[in-house]
Ligand binder design. Structure first.
Ligand code: PMV
Length: 325
């Protein structure tokens, strides 16, 4: 017996971040989070279950993977097999459409696409909510990539009630993200390690949990009222609070480098010149600038003058998981 399915999922950038788990095995976060799915960066994944196979194999961008990335992927396949009550091995073929060396996390699009293609190839028919719960087990942020546009991952407190749902799949706001790559090297501290270290040792962690709940309510109101300025202000502040947990951990650490801070400063200066732009950063030094389409060309000009060597990409709101077969 052979059974195949292919799916595409886009990456997402959190406007209200997830940073810490209350259950590490099930990936249940301490706070709810909210993101924007992007059109520019996505993963296409084909999964084939075949009785003749004697082991799982994983090809990423046509290269066979071994080591930690493959192990994490095979552990995820196990979850699919458990749900489908099968014991067949599979071949996974993934292509990451993230510009080479973009230094952007691709685990969200990767696990969302794998949840879609893998579950369907295994014979399961899952709702979007069930797909989101499954994707969450690969990488927390993947739960949100099942949906397009603005998506909220409701923290919940167990496997059944921790999943994302769409806030607004067809985005009405004029919003774009300019990704600014200052360093394309792999991060030294994974998000998995960084967030738990911050949770366990930052004296400000509980304050973060309280503030994040308020930020989320305000962010949803900004989306509903189409208030770009409120959305950007909240997103930048929420990101800086997340990063302050890392600085205040024991020992303290940061994902920022000098360029991150210089670009953050440039973005804050743009606002003094009446250009509405806001910054958000994840588990790495690269900056995502949240902007309106009318300003993106000007912002990129100013950015390129100050930093001629940075790599820049513009992304717009993207859609949720789709099947390619
Ligand atoms: O899903 P993970 O383990 O890659 O963690 C994502 C963490 C952040 O990107 C920093 C925040 C978020 O909510 O996406």
């Amino acid at each position: 017996m052979q059974s195949t399915s292919s799916a595409r999922a886009h990456t997402n950038i959190a406007l209200i971040k997830y940073w810490g788990k209350k259950n590490q095995e099930l990936i249940i976060p301490t706070t709810s989070s909210l993101s924007l799915t992007l059109d520019r960066f996505y993963t296409d994944t084909k999964v084939t279950f075949d009785d003749k196979l004697t082991a799982d194999t994983f090809y990423l961008n046509h290269q066979q993977m071994v080591g930690p990335i493959a192990d994490k992927t095979f552990a995820f396949l196990k979850l699919i097999r458990q749900q489908a009550q099968i014991d067949t091995f599979a071949t996974i073929e993934s292509i990451n459409h993230v510009p080479t060396a973009a230094g952007l996390a691709s685990s969200a699009s990767a696990f969302a696409a794998l949840a879609g293609a893998g579950s369907k190839a295994a014979g399961l028919t899952l709702t979007k909510q069930a797909l989101s719960r499954l994707a969450r087990r690969g990488s927390g942020s993947a739960a949100r990539s099942i949906f397009g546009g603005f998506s909220e991952w409701h923290a919940g407190d167990n496997d059944l009630n921790s999943f994302a749902h769409p806030i607004q799949e067809n985005v009405t706001m004029d919003i774009q993200m300019i990704t600014v790559v200052v360093d394309a090297h792999e991060k030294k501290i994974t998000s998995r390690m960084g967030m738990q270290h911050a949770l366990l040792t930052s004296p400000f962690y509980q304050t973060w949990v309280n503030e994040a709940a308020k930020d989320l309510v305000a962010m949803k109101a900004a989306i509903v009222s189409n208030d770009f300025k409120a959305l950007g202000t909240l997103a930048e502040n929420n990101a800086l609070q997340m990063h302050s947990l890392n600085l205040s951990a024991k020992p303290g650490f940061t994902y920022f480098n000098g360029s991150t801070l210089e670009i953050l400063d440039l973005v804050q200066n743009l606002r003094k010149q009446q250009i509405l732009a806001f910054a958000t950063m994840d588990a790495g030094p690269n900056v995502k600038i949240i902007a309106q389409s009318k300003d993106t060309a000007t912002i990129i000009d100013i950015l390129k003058q100050a930093f001629p060597h940075v790599q820049v990409e513009i992304a717009k709101p993207g859609h949720g998981l789709i099947y390619l077969d």
